[in-house]
Ligand binder design. Structure first.
Ligand code: ADP
Ligand code: ASP
Ligand code: MG
Length: 406
């Protein structure tokens, strides 16, 4: 019997009617002779609400308590879906992360899955029941609940597919596949029948939240067949595949954006060896990921400015850390701006084609959009711009690279 892992995101389980319709879909697969392991997210909006409550009480709160609160949305949906399945005549059992044997490291709020003991789920499947597993959560080495970072249910699903050696991992969501850009913003975006792991990885890492980055990385490593499709329709979705399975590849395959960016500028810091290490060391120790970095040319030969980006959630902690470093490192002040977005152009064709970056800069310049920072990888170029221009930039770039649907 084939085993498939199906993951349903927040909008797919947003209310009881949708939970019933997910149960009906699972039932169809079971009746077709498949064994199904389901992973669910919290109801749409729930996790945001839980995060907001925690932040209102204390933005610098203990991360283990953040996880205790923020993981709770999935507890509700696993139970509800198991009830709906049973009501529909499908034997089912719900599992929280720890009950499903999901062990993580102790990086609360962005924990990594270290291993999965597949036995509890195997036994459930052998009893002929559908396991319904809470996404986004696991158990840390300290015996506390951890969460895997926003959008982490995708990663739970892929990790379970690998651990259970499932035939496929189907990610059911509110769009019917991966598009050349976010279809909610770029109405002319086109659905991709296939996308390479590498491009999907890059697209996810620069903000295309249709899949969590770690989910794609895991799928790539464990060769999990991954598909993104809609929970509302029955049309084929997008397959994430190896590069040799893509017949016709474009130079640029997608344009992504991320609003989860905040810019910090350390102003008038002394221009001498060791300064960057003194600033970025303590940030790294606090588990704060720094993304784009720009150091401006020193005008007086003594001082310079260092500008970098962190995720918006990390901004309060990053500011607190920099404030403590002020006397030791020696700088004038720190400016912060969280009204910025990162826009990125992605494509494996970049390796062999010149002029991709120039077209990006030219297109933005023609729209009068100022670039505040740039970063590149082998198959991606990202720029930081003011948030107010995000949609304009996305649509202009989508057109400039010939991606618009006719
Ligand atoms: P779920 O709750 O099911 O996990 P998400 O909201 O996390 O769903 O991800 C789906 C959303 O991702 C879509 O509604 C869409 O707005 C957004 N998205 C961003 N970039 C893309 C893209 N390139 N293709 C498809 N969807 C995208
Ligand atoms: N509920 C979590 C979130 O909103 C996990 C997920 O949806 O994948 O981030
Ligand atoms: Mg998601």
């Amino acid at each position: 019997m084939t085993l498939v892992v199906q993951k349903y995101g927040g909008t797919s389980v947003a209310d009881l009617a949708r939970i019933r319709s997910v149960a009906a879909r699972v039932k169809r697969h079971v009746e077709q002779g498949e064994r199904v392991c389901v992973v669910v997210s919290a109801m749409a909006g729930t996790t945001n609400q839980l995060v907001a409550w925690v932040q209102e009480l204390d933005p610098l709160c203990d991360p283990a308590e953040y996880d205790q609160v923020v993981s709770s949305g999935e507890q509700v949906t696993v139970g509800l879906l198991a009830i709906a399945l049973r009501k529909a005549g499908v034997p089912a059992r719900s599992f929280l992360g720890w009950q499903a044997g999901i062990a993580t490291d102790d990086a609360h709020g962005k924990a990594r899955i270290l291993r999965i003991d597949p036995e509890p789920l195997r036994r459930c499947l052998e009893r002929g029941e559908v396991p319904v597993v809470a996404g986004f959560q696991g158990l840390g080495p300290d015996g506390r609940v951890t969460t895997l970072g926003r959008g982490g249910s995708d990663t739970s699903a892929v990790a379970l597919a690998a651990a259970l050696r499932a035939e496929r991992c189907d990610i059911f969501t509110d769009v019917d596949g991966v598009y050349t850009s976010d279809p909610r913003i770029v109405s002319r975006a086109q659905k991709l029948a296939r996308i390479t792991y590498e491009e999907m990885l890059e697209m996810a890492s620069v903000g295309a939240k249709v899949l969590q980055t770690r989910a794609v990385a895991l799928a790539m490593r464990h060769k999990v067949r991954l598909q993104v499709l809609s929970s509302f329709t029955d049309v084929p979705g997008t397959l994430v595949v190896d590069e040799d399975e893509v017949v016709e590849s474009q130079v640029v395959s997608g344009i992504a954006y991320s609003r989860d960016e905040a810019k910090l500028s350390v102003v008038r810091v002394r221009d001498r060896p060791g300064v960057a290490a003194a600033i970025f060391g303590p940030l790294a120790e606090a588990n704060i990921n720094v993304d784009m970095i720009v150091q401006s040319v020193s005008r007086d030969g003594v001082h310079t400015n260092i500008t970098f980006t962190v995720s918006r959630a990390d901004l309060p902690r990053a500011r607190a850390i920099l404030a403590e470093l002020k006397d030791q490192v020696g700088f004038e002040r720190v400016d912060a701006d969280d009204e910025v977005v990162k826009v990125s152009v992605i494509g494996v064709g970049m390796r062999s084609h010149a002029g991709i970056a120039h077209r990006m800069f030219r297109t933005l310049a023609d729209k009068g959009i100022n670039i505040q920072a740039i970063s590149t990888s082998e198959i991606k170029i990202s720029v930081l711009i003011a948030e107010e221009y995000a949609e304009l930039a996305l649509r202009a770039l989508h057109q400039a690279y010939g991606l618009d649907r006719a």
